[in-house]
Design a binder for this molecule. Structure first.
Ligand SMILES: Nc1ncnc2c1ncn2[C@@H]1O[C@H](COP(=O)(O)OP(=O)(O)OP(=O)(O)O)[C@@H](O)[C@H]1O
Ligand SMILES: [Mg+2]
Length: 510
């Protein structure tokens, strides 16, 4: 007796249809799974066996062969358990085989027959819709995630017994309500706010410019000056995720297994702050079945590299392509998987190993300083638009009230973003940080006085050609924050002031 069940294998951020064929024939009892499965798929035999018996079904005492087709596709993870169990139930005529054909099934089984949460449910639901399958049966805790895909019947079940009842034509349980409206930033009271910060007028200004134009930002300064504190407040002044962005972020977090059980749309712009011991594959993605790294988990959000000089050179080098192209390509055998990586980079560092560079208390030798500089002068810093040196806040500033709140800054950032979006309509770009040299030529109009300031700075040797372009992008954002159509000398001068190369003593001369 032969039966089939349909399920899906995760492939990058998408999924591919897998047919689980179950063949029962006479002979000595045996249970074999073939079709390029990993250890979790091989172990699935034990889970399926126990789950069937513990749910009150008969386990066929026959020679059982399960084939996961197509055989060339790698199958990884426990999500194939449910399809194997349903195929066995159909082959042994415990549920009608023609009904099993109408559904796709996906989920891990416990030994007692309960259905467990699995990663990549959103990708599976998209796959089922694209394949034109009527409905998808999956663990109830994953149902809200699958329901983000419109036009697909989603049936959440808690146990194998409930799945069998649906397959016998029983009632499909109602879904918990899913809010599909545009995402918001979550409860503002839960987020760290700029009003926690004392003093720091110019770093807050730099953070505002970075948020308004999506520019990359590096904060340098002695320990305990508030660098980490400031950087962690960037998401609080960024615009909320659009619906399309929220779906993208949810898909990535789902495949990476980072969505909470019972979770649905990710509503908050991501801030990822990996520890400096992270490997390059942790940062950009990797694994036998490639899984997204921190750079992709920060897609449409912020990647915060605290203590930049402590990250390994290889990890920082690996960020070069994601920063340049907004995607990372991971090659495994003859296949390439790509993950999106459009994040805003914020980094912090001490100006020297002891953190006191420039003050008489600095204990670093010339050798320490140059090693530190060499670590920082990588390809990564070529992509930094704003460099800010943070000093200790003065005593009177610490005692005074905060200079601003996230809500006020956010309003200015929104307005500047709207001006950019209007100017860039039809180009496919959204922010000044993404301007290409051609867009800069066509869209960034600098007045004569501003041009001569920039020229003078260039002729003095303060800027490279790349630095020249970067100043124009940042100056355009500063003009947008000021509500100005043209770029004036004051905007250029402020942008020049935010490239304080000397804070890393020439390390960033590009
Ligand atoms: N400007 C400030 N206003 C209010 N509190 C501050 C400020 N700066 C620092 N603090 C306090 O000091 C603590 C440490 O700040 P933070 O961790 O941001 O320093 P840092 O510059 O990142 O230091 P390090 O270089 O050691 O990482 C904060 O949690 C906060 O309590
Ligand atoms: Mg810090």
């Amino acid at each position: 007796m032969l039966a089939r069940a349909t399920t899906f294998a995760i492939d990058g951020l998408a999924s591919r249809r897998v047919t689980v064929e179950v063949d029962l024939r006479s002979g000595l009892p045996a249970f074999t799974i073939v079709g390029r499965g990993d250890a979790a798929v091989r172990e699935s035999r034990e889970r399926v066996h126990a789950a069937l018996l513990n749910s009150g079904f008969a386990f066929p005492q026959r020679r059982i062969t399960v084939n996961l087709a197509p055989a060339h596709l790698r199958k990884v993870g426990p999500g194939f358990d449910l399809a194997t169990a349903c195929g066995l139930l159909a082959a042994s005529e415990q549920v009608p085989a023609r009904n099993v054909d109408r559904w796709a099934v996906f989920g891990e089984l416990s030994l007692s027959g309960e259905l467990r949460h699995c990663r990549g449910v959103l990708a599976v639901a998209h796959g089922a819709r694209r394949a034109g399958i009527e409905g998808l049966i999956l663990p109830r805790v994953c149902a809200r995630e699958a329901a983000l895909v419109e036009g697909l019947v989603v049936a959440g079940a808690s146990t194998l017994v409930e799945v069998a009842s649906i397959l016998r034509g029983g009632r499909v349980p109602d879904l918990p309500p899913v809010d599909l409206t545009a995402a918001d930033q979550g409860d503002p009271d839960e987020q760290p706010d700029l009003s926690d910060l004392r003093g720091h007028a110019s770093p807050i200004r730099a953070l505002t410019i970075a948020a308004a134009g999506a520019h990359n930002l590096l904060l340098s300064g002695p320990p305990g000056t508030g660098k980490t504190m400031l950087a962690r407040r960037l998401p609080s002044i960024l615009p909320p995720l659009t619906r399309a962005e929220a779906i993208d972020v949810t898909g990535i977090h789902s495949v990476a297994g980072q969505l909470p059980e019972g979770g649905s749309l990710v509503r908050r712009r991501p801030l990822r702050a990996p520890h400096h011991t992270i490997s390059s594959s942790g940062l950009v993605g990797g694994g036998t079945l490639p899984s997204p790294g921190e750079a992709s988990l920060a897609h449409h959000g912020v990647l915060f590299l605290d203590e930049l000089s402590e990250f390994s050179r290889s990890a920082l080098e690996a960020l070069r392509q994601p920063l340049e192209d907004g995607v990372v390509a991971i090659v495994r055998g003859q296949r390439t998987v790509t993950f999106p990586t459009r994040f805003q980079l914020v980094a912090s560092t001490n100006p020297c190993p002891c953190g006191m560079a420039g003050s008489p208390r600095c204990r670093c030798s010339e050798g320490d300083m140059s090693r530190h500089r060499r670590k920082l002068s990588g390809p990564l810093l070529d992509r930094v638009d704003l460099l800010v040196h943070m000093q200790r806040p003065r005593a009177d500033e610490l005692g005074a009230s905060a200079l601003t709140t996230s809500q006020d800054v956010r309003a200015a950032v929104f307005e500047a973003r709207e001006r950019q979006a209007a100017r860039l309509r039809g180009t496919g770009l959204l922010t000044n940080a993404a301007l290409t040299p051609r867009h800069i030529r066509d869209l960034v109009h600098v007045d004569a006085c501003g041009m001569s300031c920039l020229q003078r700075s260039y002729e003095r040797g303060d800027l490279s050609a790349r630095g020249h372009q970067r100043v124009l992008r940042v100056a355009r954002t500063i003009a947008d924050l000021a509500g100005s159509d043209g770029v004036a000398a004051s905007h250029i001068n402020e942008a020049l002031g935010l490239r304080q190369h000397d804070i890393l003593e020439g390390a960033l001369a590009a």
